[in-house]
Structure formats: C-alpha cells, structure tokens
Design a protein around this ligand. Structure first.
Ligand code: FPP
Length: 237
C-alpha cells in the first residue's frame, strides 16, 4: 500500500466501479462463491475510504444488477445478508450513502434500513451511490416514464439527466471494471457517454489502493476531448 496519498483534482470528481471477480477469487481458493462476496464487501469498504482520502467527490459501485437475481438463491441471499450487515454496522461519518436501482424489490426490512441510512448520512460532500437491483436500461425506462407522468411532451438532455437515479451527480469521469471482462454490462449507459474506461484483470477482492492509483494515473494520461479538438487548428492567412 502506498503511504503518500496523491490527491485528485477537479478533473476527476466521480469514479464508478464494476466490482467483478468475487466468484472466481473464491473458486481459486476452493471456497464457495459467497466467500468471494464477503471479501468483496470488505474491499468495497476499503476502496470507499481510500477514494475519499484521495479527494474523490462521487463514487458509484455496481453491487447487484437486475440480472443477478438469476444466480442461485444461496448466493443471492449471501449478498443480501452482506448488504444487511453493512446497513446495520456501517455509519460512515464522511459520506452520503445513496442506493440507486429499484430497491423496492428488496426485503422491506432492508428497504427501511436503506431509507434510514440515506436519511442519516445526507448532506456530506462525498457521495457514495450503491447500485442495488440496478440496470441502466430499466433506469432509463423509469426516467422516461417519470417525465411522461410529469406531462412532458418533449424532453431535453437535462430533463433526462435529472430524472435518473444519479440525478444530482456529475457523470462519471472514470469507470473501472475489475475481473478482466471488457464490457459495461448495463451500467450507467447514459452517464458513461464521455467516461474514460479502465479495465483490469485484478479480481475485485484483490483490489488495493495501489490498483486505484494505477487507474487514476491511467485517467490522467488520457486526453479528454468530449468530441472537440485538443486545440484550435492554426489559421492560415
Ligand atoms: C461480481 O462478481 C460481484 C457481484 C455480483 C456482487 C458484488 C457484491 C459485493 C462486492 C458485496 C457488496 C456488498 C455490499 C455491502 C453492498 P462475480 O460474482 O460476478 O464474480 P465472477 O465473475 O468471478 O463470477
């Protein structure tokens, strides 16, 4: 672990993580997949703290997708139990914790704790979005229906932005996917329009602050043009 913390600047406000590889990490140790999620949850807490330390203002993590219900019941239950433990034990003093996704499909007791946590942690500058039962297409459908219900006949990009779960957050500057796969998997499709993408073979439970530093360094080595040019071409007389 690095002792010298290198702070980010205003160019990197929002990082999002696709936390992949828990199952493979456990299987490699001849352990059940649930063991991988348990360690994944530990690393999630560590990375959350580290990102705050380096000055990240918004952090979004993909914890459970709308497709993850297809997994064996035992595995789904294990992830829900980790979430429940997190809600019971964690009260970060420095972060506003929000849950994005259709949480109404979760156990009502968990929904109650989610709402309580969101209320109790509101107002901090550092925002942590935990995506639970999240799918980006479903998020967009929900947003469009919300706008229709408001009677909007024609919508602007700003309308769509504010109707999303991530409404008041800036778009992610950097999206990191661990676990070696090179895809976005229905995560922040709208918000990722100009995000820098970083893929690493590191499995999520092996992720350290040094890996975060590497992703951050990669981000700063890229030129973000947002569809424009680096600089105005020289005018010829
Ligand atoms: C993907 O790895 C990971 C998940 C589907 C679950 C992620 C959950 C956590 C990190 C715990 C979340 C905890 C809280 C407190 C919300 P995978 O299982 O798809 O791994 P694999 O690709 O190796 O099979």
């Amino acid at each position: 672990m690095t002792n010298n913390v290198k702070k980010v600047d205003e160019r990197l406000q929002h990082i999002a993580f696709i936390m992949d590889g828990n199952g493979r990490w456990a299987t490699a140790r001849n352990m059940p997949r649930e063991y991988g999620h348990k360690n994944g949850a530990r690393v999630f807490r560590e990375i959350t703290e580290y990102c705050h330390k380096i000055g990240i203002k918004y952090l979004t993590v993909y914890a459970f997708s709308t497709e993850n219900w297809k997994r064996p019941k035992r595995e789904v239950n294990a992830i829900m139990k980790l979430l429940d433990e997190y809600l019971d034990r964690q009260r970060p003093e420095n972060a506003s914790i929000r849950f994005i996704g259709d949480v109404s499909m979760l156990d009502p007791k968990i929904v109650e704790k989610i709402n309580k946590m969101a209320e109790e942690t509101a107002g901090h500058e550092y925002v942590l979005n935990v995506a639970m039962n999240y799918g980006s297409r479903a998020e967009l459908v929900t947003a469009f229906n919300k706008l229709l219900a408001q009677g909007k006949g024609e919508v602007t990009e700003q309308d769509i932005n504010s109707a999303l779960y991530t409404g008041d957050c800036p778009d992610p500057d950097l999206i990191v996917r661990t676990g070696g796969d090179l895809r976005i998997s229905n995560f922040l499709l709208w918000q990722a329009a100009y995000s820098e993408l970083y893929f690493t073979d590191t499995l999520w439970p092996d992720m350290t602050s040094d890996d975060v530093d590497r992703a951050v360094d990669a981000f700063y080595s890229r030129k973000r043009r947002f569809g424009g040019l680096d600089k105005e071409p020289e005018k010829k007389d």
